[in-house]
Design a protein around this ligand. Structure first.
Ligand code: ARG
Length: 719
């Protein structure tokens, strides 16, 4: 497989790449980008950043769980990541009596560490597979291209899959399908919880402070990865040993100043910096406001239950946090896109592109085609969002809809007995997980409200046939009480929430019982309505958009051959490095935000008994006593809690190491600022900031507050 190094920076009317913008592939770092990093302060060689033969920084960077980043910080496989990344594992290990989520937890010896279901993945190597993918897709039109892609990817990754050694390959489309790179990962399956601060620290400020600066959240947790005695990935076993990593990051407690160099490695999940004006319009007019309205309701009903009862809080906490996080994100994204007139600036860039494209058959019709593609899909976009975020926003209904696989297996004549048993067992296990996290009173209200919102906000012609006529029998469709009555009966009668009825079904499964179940009937009415009538429109919309995006991207490169020197591909959860500086900013007229927050601000925000701003009394006393020891910041004469940098990151980077010019850990990235919530679409060179927890605050928390000196002793401290 051929290796091509394609690294350009694009300086065009479309994207004015500023110095801090860019999520670079560390293994394909162009000389120009590397030189820029050095100019900004980096003291490391390219080989130290990423090496094929020798251990390098990239070997300390891991995919943590399903969507976060973590870093190795000791020679015994110790991992730092965010509290919000370890959140589900911490909540899962907690009970009302041993409430680690609320009170925090430290393993003072290895045998106190707690088993989790988390996996971590190390990047072994990358391979440019562009020519293989292109050979597999040659001559196909846009619909067939989409269909064939997964198959072509699989034929490539199959060659490196080695289950016994935990190896798998994954192909990433870069530059919207103009380049393809395979990453080969090694997955470890025995990962244990080592430490977490009390939630009042780890999530201090809650959803009020989420996505905002100034911030005082101690957003970290500590895990350890284990291997078998030969260093190979293995299932959990008492015989396993802490992994001997290829690289671990030294931890600097020297501190930093405004303006200092900062580098972040990690796994940014997704950006769309080449989004068109059409995409922004759909997002701002339909997708984001619909999601926000529906999540408003879901969050309200869960919250009123969570604040009343610690057991319900533990049950719902992780799910709630995820829903709340992107509720605020998408609300803020549209507000910022509108404020910065991103739609209008994209339109201008598109007009310039079209002027250039006149007479070039590959490109001249791109925006006419975009317009037609969006016009065809837009009438159904709201319905899709209401299905996903509304109807399936009920945990019960989401679970019920997963039973369609079972119905299909029962209906299909060819299903073997063994396959059917497997599907049944899977449904049973999934039900147990669902029941563990289910809070019926909030779910009942969610079901009622979202069914009503769908009725009020979606075009009648798109309703599932007959469904609302049925509810009409219960009462007036404009009256919430009608939906409440209906939802209450659904809850009382579904076998999914009734152990005896469920067991009877599992023992003697039949399609009619499933089809007549009220929760299943409701879920499948809406999902089938979508699948039968609209899913194809959506799939066509997406593949056509992908094809247009690929051509637009290619055109942009051709349009600016001289200016195109360096360019980075959109984030897609592949490893990236970004560089920038610690930097204060002015969010609006006459307002200045300092680069760091301190313990003083924690005490200022502290509200005893508050749901989001409370603190343990012991912590308040210790912060007031200023016993900061070696973690004290000399510039601030205080304990620095969080700080901001200009780095270009996004969701997925959570838990990422922030490093100084020598590759020492100085903090953990955990958030973005409100003023730049439009960052997935456009990087703002003045206002974009990454929010990090200072590693000295993390260590203070572990050492002084948690008394876990054993963790500190494992680290390589740089003083
Ligand atoms: N906004 C952060 C991120 O997406 C998550 C913060 C979690 N905290 C919270 N209050 N929900 O990485």
């Amino acid at each position: 497989m051929k290796k091509i190094i394609v690294v350009f920076i694009l300086i065009t009317t479309v994207l004015k790449a500023s110095a801090d913008e860019g999520m670079w592939l560390p293994m394909l770092l162009g000389q120009q980008v590397y030189d820029d990093m050095v100019k900004r302060g980096l003291k490391l060689t390219k080989e130290q950043l990423y090496s094929i033969n020798k251990p390098s920084i990239k070997d300390a960077i891991i995919i943590f769980g399903g969507g976060c980043t973590g870093e190795i910080v000791s020679n015994s496989g110790l991992i730092f990541t965010n509290h919000h990344c370890g959140y589900a594992a911490i909540a899962g290990a907690s009970t009302v009596d041993h409430n680690y989520l609320r009170d925090g937890f430290y393993a003072y010896t290895k045998d106190q560490e707690i088993k989790s279901t988390i996996t971590v993945q190390f990047l072994e190597r990358i391979v440019d597979v562009t020519s293989d993918v292109e050979a597999g897709l040659k001559g196909l039109n846009w619909t067939d291209r989409t269909k064939k892609t997964a198959e072509v990817y699989k034929s490539i990754t199959d060659k490196v899959t080695d289950a016994a050694n935990g190896l798998r390959g994954q192909v990433y489309s870069m530059f919207k399908g103009n380049q393809f790179i395979m990453y080969v990962y090694k997955t470890y399956r025995d990962v244990r919880l080592v430490g977490a601060p009390p939630e009042d620290f780890g999530k201090f400020g809650g959803d009020t402070d989420n996505w905002e600066w100034p911030r005082h959240t101690c957003d970290f947790s500590v895990f350890r990865v284990y291997s078998d005695k030969d260093g190979k990935p293995a299932d959990y076993s008492a015989a396993n040993i802490p992994l001997k990593p290829k690289w671990s990051l030294p931890v600097s407690i020297k501190g930093f100043k405004d303006g200092d160099f900062a580098m972040i490695y990690g796994y940014p999940g997704g950006t769309n910096r080449y989004e068109t004006s059409y995409g922004i319009k759909l997002k701002n007019d339909i997708e984001n406001p619909s999601l926000v309205d529906l999540r408003d309701v879901r969050l309200k009903y869960m919250h009123e239950r969570m604040i009343k009862d610690p057991a319900i809080k533990l049950k719902l906490a992780s799910y709630y946090a995820g829903v709340a996080n992107y509720w605020k994100f998408y609300d803020g994204e549209t507000k910022q896109l509108e404020k910065y007139h991103t739609y209008e600036s994209k339109q201008k860039a598109e007009r310039d592109f079209m002027t250039w494209a006149k007479g070039k058959p590959d490109y001249e019709n791109i925006f006419r085609d975009y317009e037609a593609n969006y016009a065809a899909w837009t009438p159904y976009a709201k319905q899709r969002q209401y299905l996903i975020e509304g109807i399936l926003g009920s945990p019960l209904i989401a679970y019920a809809s997963s039973l369609q696989q079972l119905e299909n297996a029962m209906a299909k004549s060819g299903t073997s007995d063994a396959d059917f048993k497997k599907a049944l067992a899977a449904a049973d296990i999934a039900r147990k997980n669902f029941i563990d996290g289910e809070d019926i009173p909030s779910d009942e209200k969610i079901i009622a409200s979202t069914a009503m919102m769908y009725n009020h906000d979606i075009d009648k012609n798109q309703y599932p046939i007959g469904f609302y006529d049925q509810i009409k029998n219960v009462g007036n469709l404009n009256d919430e009480a009608t939906y409440r009555t209906w939802a209450s009966s659904l809850i009382s009668n579904t076998m999914i929430l009734d152990d005896a009825k469920w067991k009877a079904f599992i023992d003697k499964p039949d399609a009619v019982t499933l089809q007549n179940d009220p929760a299943y009937a409701y879920a499948s009415a809406f999902v089938k309505n979508y699948n039968l009538k609209y899913a194809k429109n959506y799939a066509d919309f997406v593949s056509k958009n992908n094809e247009l995006g690929r051509m637009y991207m290619k055109g942009i490169m051709e349009q600016n051959p001289a200016a195109v020197k360096k360019m980075y591909p959109d984030a897609n959860f592949s490893m990236r490095v970004s560089f920038g500086n610690v930097k204060s900013y002015n969010p609006r007229d006459a307002v200045h935000y300092d680069y760091a927050t301190t313990s003083k601000g924690v005490i200022e925000k502290y509200v005893p008994g508050d749901y989001e701003f409370d603190l343990p009394q012991k912590a308040v006393d210790m912060l007031k006593n200023r016993d900061f020891g070696q973690y004290m910041d000399k510039t601030k004469n205080d304990l620095v809690t969080c700080f901001i940098t200009t780095n270009d990151i996004t969701g997925g980077n959570s838990g990422s190491p922030v490093m100084d010019a020598n590759g020492n850990l100085i903090g953990l990235a955990f958030d973005g600022n409100y003023e730049a919530l439009s960052h997935k679409i456009a990087f703002d060179k003045d206002l974009n900031r990454t929010i990090n927890v200072d590693v000295r605050y993390v260590l203070w928390c572990i050492d002084k507050l948690g008394g876990a000196k054993n963790i500190i002793n494992e680290l390589k401290l740089v003083r």
